[in-house]
Ligand binder design. Structure first.
Ligand code: CU
Length: 385
């Protein structure tokens, strides 16, 4: 539609079309700004206005254990959304979906309960102007599309299932123009949500073999005790990067964008250089040895990686640095036959120290005796103890 170039050259037919388009756009806005009638049938709720920005499709799943997946979404205020809701609960439970005005979840859950025997006929959706949009009751494998416009007022808009008995645990939140807090500190999502979203459900230490961004296919993600997390590459037998805060988000349906890799929720504060295995045996300038991964053992402090490099057996454990901002890397090389060298990767923010050996411009030299058990400490100005 070339409105800008030919504003007065519209045929009567076209004028009607344009008028209808604006009316439709106004209705879409109204649906968001004014209380929408509850139990809007998804397919008939609203139609995207001609010329309006294409609605974004977002998926939400109902899962076993009375959970929404994802338990929270970040959307733009005023954004047009097509929400595809799917009941993927394998335990044959029925669920509905209601999007609410901020701070109204508990009251609406109570109101839905008070519907009593009238509940089923209205899909357990009460009459309440604080309901922005709702779906019908979805039986197992049922699905619905709900179209709505994210309210223009920034805020945290709860969503909930009001099927009797579900509302107190089965909920989540849309963050509209508001920065969400770290998942584990989010008061707007239920505690059960961490189990589906953060791998390990917030447990530390926690070790998971998983495809990771910026690592080979045999990556191992570790949530260390405390707040540090690392990606250790079992293909290359070395630490690849470290980040602080929430562990990986391994929910593959997050925001419905089909992302396969888990999300590392914070920018790594340290990254290993590309293609540089850090250990050398015998001479510092030997070429990079081939490393073979032999497995890992779990300890109460996290995994101990076991590999062989240049015929030398190495045990490596990554730990949080005690009382310092960063990591400790404990190396145990029981049978080195000559000096062992560690090529540290330093940048402007990081500092390496060690419990033994001598440093020379980022190169650590260890005698075979020192290499039996040495701890390197990597501290960074970019993280906190
Ligand atoms: Cu439910």
């Amino acid at each position: 539609m070339r409105l800008a170039t030919a504003p007065f050259a519209l045929s009567p037919h076209m004028k009607l079309f344009v008028a209808l388009a604006f009316l439709a756009a106004a209705l879409v806005t109204l649906a968001a700004e004014k209380p929408a009638p509850p139990a809007l049938d998804s397919e008939t709720a609203t139609t995207p206005a001609a010329g309006a920005k294409k609605a974004r499709t977002v998926k939400i799943l109902m899962r076993d254990g009375l959970r929404f997946e994802p338990p929270r979404l970040s959307l733009e205020p005023g954004e047009a959304i097509v929400l595809e809701i799917e009941n993927g609960d394998s335990t044959d439970q029925s669920h509905n979906f209601l999007l609410l005005r901020p701070g109204t979840r508990e009251a609406i859950v109570q109101q839905a309960l008070s519907l009593a025997e009238k509940g089923p006929a209205q899909d357990f959706v009460p009459q309440n102007p604080d309901i922005i949009v709702s779906s019908k009751l979805l039986n197992a494998d049922g699905s619905a599309k709900v179209k709505f416009t994210v309210p223009a007022t920034p805020g945290v808009y709860p969503y909930v299932c009001t099927f009797p008995g579900h509302g107190m645990v089965m909920y989540g939140a849309i963050y509209a123009g508001v920065e969400p807090p770290p998942l584990e500190k989010d008061p707007n999502i239920p505690p059960t949500a961490l189990q589906t979203v953060v791998a390990g459900g917030g447990r530390r230490p926690f070790t998971q073999r998983i495809f990771m961004p910026d690592a080979g296919p045999a990556a191992i993600a570790v949530a260390l005790v405390g707040s540090q997390n690392v990606c250790w590459d079992a293909g290359q037998c070395r630490l690849r990067y470290a980040w602080q805060g929430t562990f990986i988000d391994a929910s593959d349906h997050w925001q419905g964008n089909g992302r396969q890799l888990p999300v590392v929720p914070a920018k790594p504060w340290w990254r290993a250089p590309k293609d540089d295995f850090p250990l050398r045996f015998g001479t510092a300038h030997a070429s990079s040895p081939t490393a073979q991964f032999l497995g890992y053992a779990l300890t109460p402090d996290g995994p101990v990686f076991h590999y062989r490099a240049a015929e030398t057996e190495v045990f490596e454990q990554i730990l949080p640095a005690k009382g310092r901002p960063g990591l400790a890397l404990r190396l145990q090389i029981p049978r080195a036959t000559g000096p062992v060298f560690y090529r540290s990767a330093t940048d402007a923010n990081t500092t390496w120290t060690s419990s033994a050996g001598t440093w020379n411009e980022g190169l650590l030299t260890l005698t075979p005796a020192q290499a039996k058990d040495v701890t390197l400490t990597l501290t960074s100005a970019l993280c906190t103890p």
